[in-house]
Design a protein. Sequence first.
Length: 330
Amino acid sequence: MGQHPTPDPDPDKHEDLEALGASVYEGSGLSVRALTAEELQRFLDAHTGQPTRPLGSGWAALDPPGHPAGVPWTAPEAAPALPGPPPSAAAKAAVGSPGRSALAQYRRRRSQELAAWTRSLVWRAPLVAAAGLTGSALATQAGLARTPATVAGLAAAALVGWPLRFRPSTQARTWQRGARGERQTARLLDRLSRHGYQVFHDLAMPGSPANIDHLVVGPSGVFVIDSKQWTGQVHQSAERLIWHNHHHLDRALATICWQALTLGRLLGIPVAPLLCVHHAHVQDGGLRAQGVAIVPATLLRSALGFDRVLSDADVELYAATAKARLRPAA
């Protein structure tokens, strides 16, 4: 039968063996020792005023793009929260109109193209009329009655006129698809309001003609989201480059990284960049490159994370800062 050790009547008697500054543990390539009072004070003095950084599953990229490894990331102090509606009211609705600037760009280009097409009617209309008259004449010569000949002329005019009808260009329709994608993403994000998230749509990028599709502030962090409505697939090559069909996405990824870095400095907190893809297949259910998470729209909620890294007060602070410093894009 084993014997139980006798409790030490003076458990603090060994404290002197680990005096401040003395080695506590030594192993292969590792040595741990306690700080002296002077070293502890110097450490605290050196780090006074540095901001804390929240961590959680929603923060896949803590260091801004291009930031040197091992160097603390210091963001400017956030602006104080401005007076606003109570949290329950602020969380009921998102701010901004999703896809508004993209739709405005589409309408502007479509209007310009329609004006150019209208000017070309000076040759389009006579061409269609000539085709109709020629078709009617040929039908008459073939022995058809007046009515069938007229129908034949109209068919000939329609056959020639159909390719000459007005159609917005591919570039203009790209803006229209972009606006549709932003509205689809907005419907997914607006559901988060009941969980304490605040969402901003279609914001102007400070100092740039570019716009921010979506800015999300919530318990799992702060995110900037770019919406894409694509067909085909998004995949990563052996060279670790991201492609949409036959177009590489280096520029698109660099743009959203720059947006995240700029917004992080503006709001005073790291901002995680996300690319939300509608309809196109994303390889492996999600990719990551240049610090950007590329996810299908069906997995957008999971990409935002579920760990709470911001309190309700933090969410209100950063949302109020965004409202004060950012403006609608259109």
